[in-house]
Ligand binder design. Sequence first.
Ligand code: MLT
Length: 323
Amino acid sequence: MRRALCAVLLVCLALMQPARADNYPSRAITVIVPFAAGGPSDAMMRILAEHMRQTLGQPVLIENVTGAGGSIGVGRAVRSKPDGYTVSFGHLGTHVANGAVYRLGYDLEADLEPVVLLPSNPMIIVSRNNIPAKSLPEFLAWVKSQPNPVSAGTAGNGSGSHIAGLYFEQVTGLKLQYVPYRGTGPAMNDLVAGQIDLIVDQTSNAINQVRAGTIRAYAVTDAKRLESAPEIPTTDEAGLPGFHMTLWSGLWLPKGASKEIVDTLNAAAVAALDEPDVKNQLKNLGLQMPAADQRSPAALGTLQRAEIRKWWPMIRAAGVVPE
Ligand code: MLT
């Protein structure tokens, strides 16, 4: 009886140990991207995953789990085993804003382990092509002249494009009618087709359509112009001074993942960010690399906490009641 009790105790103790990292990874890793394939989050993560696969020596698979502004995909990651084989991709929307937009059922800080800060990009105000406006002031005048609120595509409440829309409403005093999609990839298809009026989107999602002339760009929400598209003015230059928003992304693991696993994954992501070809691909999309001193797991945690303190009051002031 005593021996059996000891055996049970030992098994319990073994189960409570954080997942051992000695041979991590020994099989394929899945990154849950909480938005539709073909959108900005998916595009960035696929570029990084290819290089991380080489560093880690195991496939890095992308699983698009969409819905509710990305909160469903993040929830899936939170509930998965903290063994390093299920990774949560997210950003300012999913890992900050959603905490003020939804009753999540998980805690963005307590239930997730920050791994690495990924590239960021300013937002860009883009519209369908057949709107009679060539500049931001003309576009704002057109929006104002419409009898009903104009339609703004988003990736769902709490997503980056939704938070950017709320911020746009606050700085312009104009109302928008939000049209939610499972990502700004599908929203962009409808903008190109003229089904919706505008998106305050991630530059990385819109830039190729802007270059192709299939949509119209008015300004980027940054103090400086994009290296990859210097012809697009900043909001300061275009008549909305101070309307600045940068959407940063990152990787997280479920709470309980061991430091070794976090560090192994962080190192693989950082190696990808430093790889010249990867860097060029991302920069060409208007993405900005995180500074070298901002790439530690702790730096992402610090940024996430600061952004929660910054954006939750803005979201509440916009009258968003958690659903
Ligand atoms: C996406 O990949 O669709 C975006 O990250 C959505 C968003 O947050 O606007």
